[in-house]
Design a binder for this molecule. Structure first.
Ligand SMILES: NC(=O)c1ccc[n+]([C@@H]2O[C@H](COP(=O)([O-])OP(=O)(O)OC[C@H]3O[C@@H](n4cnc5c(N)ncnc54)[C@H](OP(=O)(O)O)[C@@H]3O)[C@@H](O)[C@H]2O)c1
Length: 250
C-alpha cells in the first residue's frame, strides 16, 4: 500500500444500483476496487472511470466463482468485501410459488455471498483489518405477502452472516449487515421480469432511497476505526415505516 491508499475493496454485483454506487464511493474514499458482475459492458462503464479491475462473475455458477476468486486473490491482501450481488424474482404467493425462482434467489442472495466470503476470508485476514459487508434487506426480518421466496433468502443470509461474526471472534475481521428498505435501482425491473411500468409503480408517490444513500452507509461502516464493529444498519426512506407501511402522496 502507498500513502493515501486504503487497500483493496471487492464489490460483487457492481454493474448497477447499490453495487455500482458503492464501488464509486469506495474509490473516492481511497480504496482500489475490484468489481464483479455478469453484464461486462455495464460493469466496464462503472469500472473504467474509477480505474477498477472488472471481472466477470456469476455468483450462482461454480466455475465463474472459482475463476473470480483465483483472479482476486492473486494480488495479495483484501481489506473490504461487499457482498451485494442478488435480488428478487417475482411476487408469487406462497401457494403458487415457482421453486425455480426460489432456487435462484437462494443461490444468488445466500450461497453466492457465503461462497465468495469463504473464498476471500484468508486474503481479508491477511490485510490485518478485513471488513465483510452483506447487503441484506428489511425483507430479511419483515416478511410481506408475495415476498416469501425473497424473505426466506434474505433471512437465511442474515442468519448465516450473524454466525460468521461469532465464529470470527478474536480474529482481525469485522462483519456488517446493511439492510435497506426501498431503493430505486434496477431491483424492481429485475423482480418484474423487465416490466418497467410495474417496477415504476413500486416507487409511485414515494421518495425512495437512492443507491448513493446506501453506499454512504456502507462507506461509513467500513471506515470506522479498527476496534469498532458496526453490526447492522437499517436504512429506509422517510416515507417507509416497515416493509408493508409506505406513505404515498397522490
Ligand atoms: N433496491 C432495493 O429496494 C433493495 C432493498 C434492499 C436490498 N436490496 C439488495 O441490494 C442488492 C443490490 O440490488 P440493487 O437494488 O442495486 O439492484 P440492481 O440494480 O438490480 O443490482 C443488482 C446487481 O447484482 C448483480 N447480480 C445479480 N445477480 C448476479 C449474479 N448471479 N452474479 C453476479 N452478480 C449478480 C447485477 O449485475 P448483473 O446483472 O450484471 O450480474 C447488479 O449489478 C441486492 O442484494 C438486493 O437484494 C435492494
Amino acid at each position: 500500500m502507498t500513502a493515501g491508499d486504503r487497500g483493496v475493496a471487492v464489490v460483487t454485483g457492481a454493474s448497477s444500483g447499490i453495487g455500482a454506487a458503492t464501488a464509486r464511493r469506495l474509490a473516492a474514499e481511497g480504496f482500489r476496487l475490484v468489481v464483479g458482475a455478469r453484464r461486462m459492458d455495464r460493469l466496464a462503464e462503472v469500472a473504467d472511470p474509477i480505474r477498477a479491475r472488472a471481472l466477470p462473475l456469476d455468483v450462482t455458477d461454480v466455475e465463474s466463482v472459482g475463476r473470480f476468486l483465483a483472479a482476486v486473490t492473486e494480488d495479495g491482501p483484501i481489506h473490504i468485501l461487499v457482498n451485494n450481488a442478488g435480488g428478487a424474482l417475482g411476487l408469487d404467493p406462497f401457494e403458487m410459488a415457482d421453486l425455480e425462482r426460489w432456487r435462484w434467489m437462494y443461490g444468488a442472495n445466500v450461497l453466492g455471498a457465503v461462497w465468495i466470503t469463504q473464498g476471500l476470508l484468508g486474503a481479508l485476514e491477511e490485510s490485518g483489518d478485513g471488513r465483510v459487508v452483506l447487503v441484506g434487506s428489511i425483507a430479511g426480518f419483515q416478511p410481506y405477502p408475495g415476498g416469501s421466496g425473497y424473505n426466506a433468502a434474505k433471512a437465511a443470509a442474515k442468519a448465516a452472516f450473524e454466525v460468521l461474526r461469532m465464529e470470527l471472534l478474536g480474529r482481525p475481521l469485522r462483519v456488517t449487515q446493511v439492510d435497506p428498505g426501498m431503493v430505486e435501482t434496477e431491483f424492481s425491473v429485475v423482480r418484474f421480469g423487465g416490466n418497467t411500468v410495474r417496477a415504476g409503480q413500486v416507487y409511485e408517490g414515494v421518495t425512495p432511497l437512492t443507491a448513493d444513500d446506501v453506499a454512504d452507509c456502507i462507506a461509513w461502516a467500513v471506515t470506522r476505526p479498527s476496534h469498532v464493529d458496526i453490526d447492522q444498519i437499517v436504512v429506509r426512506p422517510r416515507d417507509q415505516a416497515s416493509a408493508t407501511m409506505v406513505h404515498r402522496r397522490s
